[in-house]
Each structure stands twice: as C-alpha cells, then as structure tokens.
Design a protein around this ligand. Structure first.
Ligand code: AMP
Ligand code: MG
Length: 202
C-alpha cells in the first residue's frame, strides 16, 4: 500500500500503518536523514523480515527508533551522565547513540552485541508512526544491501515495494545523509560513523 503524506499526515491511514507495525509487518517510512525500512523492534520475527527484504547480513545491527525520551528506558539500561548529555543535546535529531541494551531487544536486532543504537527522529511522520505503534521500531536504511540509502520514495519503490506492507511518502528527506553514530567510551563520545555526503542520489 502506498500512502502519500507529502502535504499532510492522514490520521486514519496513520492508524492502519501503526496496526501493520503492531502486527509484525514491515513498512518504509521517511525520517529526516534517509528513508527507513522498519518493523517492531521487540518482535524478532518482524525484524527477520527486514534482513530478508534488504538482503542484509545478519551480523549488521539495526538502529532502534523511539518516539520520546521516556521510551529509551524501555530498551536500554540507564545512560551514563555523558550519554544523557548527548541525548539531551542532540535528540530528537540525526544522531544514533550506542547504549547497553536490555533483554527486551532481541539479539537479531543488535546482531548479538550487548549494545544497541538508539535514534529519535525529529521528522514528524517518523515520530507519529513510532508513537502510534507504541513500540520501538528497528529500521535500517530503505535500500537493498550495498545500494545507496533512499532519500526519495521514487528511488526506493522499485527495490522494495514487493517486499513491504506499506510505503509512506513524506517527500524528500531533509538531510539526505545517514545519522551520525556515537558511542561513549571511557566517558568520551567517539564517532563510529560520521555523516557522509555521498549518499544522496538523484
Ligand atoms: P544502517 O541502519 O544501514 O544505517 O546501519 C546501521 C549502522 O549503525 C550499522 O552498520 C553500524 O555501523 C551502526 N550500529 C548499529 N548498532 C550498533 C552497535 N550496537 N554498535 C556499533 N555500531 C552499531
Ligand atoms: Mg544502510
């Protein structure tokens, strides 16, 4: 199903999309960085569908998207003071912070690591979908593994349409670059993945 929310979010359709997530389906949705291919991060069967759709190796961990700061404590242990400062300074926005995961996050999401990348999108559509789904959404970039990350639905639809239950069109992504991935090591923030500028494609 294709949903056009470029001009405005349709609240009836939002309920449908949230129900798809609750039912373990996979969707493509916009964020301020790139489009994501997402599913319920607490449901390992749903998460497996993401890896299958993308042809993504199972040792490449997924980023978990939350709607609000209060939702972070559901999926990770209490952040340190430095981690909390990063959260308060940069979230919501185009940053992913690696934190120690709680067992509620399946190992398939974290690729067996005891940490998980947490992101809180500032994009309104992404925010509303995660909030309405009432679960965190595991989502890598919406592209077949090895191809550039999609920043417009027309770049994604051919690759993924047959593999997902819904595609939400929010127009072109604000940044068009993947999130900065940061991990705090010995109280120092270390950038594991800088924002790249070669991912936008026209
Ligand atoms: P993608 O979702 O395709 O943008 O890729 C997510 C990337 O986030 C991974 O390839 C890793 O580089 C990084 N990442 C996600 N989770 C972790 C983690 N637990 N530890 C370190 N890096 C991570
Ligand atoms: Mg990617």
């Amino acid at each position: 199903m294709y949903y056009n929310w470029k001009e405005k979010i349709n609240t009836e359709e939002l309920k449908n999309v949230a129900n798809l997530i609750k039912n373990g389906e996979v969707i493509v949705f916009p964020t301020e960085t790139v489009y994501g291919i997402g599913a319920n991060a607490l449901d390992s069967n749903a998460v497996k569908k993401i890896f299958l759709a993308k042809g993504r190796p199972s040792d490449n961990p997924l980023i978990v998207h939350v709607a609000n700061k209060e939702d972070i404590g559901r999926v990770v242990y209490t952040p340190s003071a430095v981690e909390q400062k990063l959260i308060d300074t940069f979230m919501p926005g185009p940053i992913t912070i690696i934190l120690k995961k709680k067992p509620i996050i399946p190992n398939s999401v974290s690729a067996g690591l005891d940490t998980v990348g947490i992101r809180m999108p500032s994009n309104e559509i992404a925010h509303k979908i995660i909030a309405a789904s009432e679960v965190p959404i595991a989502a890598p970039s919406a592209n077949i593994s090895g191809r550039p990350s999609g920043t417009r639905v027309q770049d994604i639809i051919g690759e993924l349409e047959s593999k997902v239950s819904a595609i939400i069109d929010g127009g072109e992504c604000e940044y068009g670059l993947e999130s900065t991935v940061v991990k705090v090591i010995d109280d120092t923030p270390v950038i594991l993945r800088p924002r790249k500028n070669f991912t936008r494609r026209y």
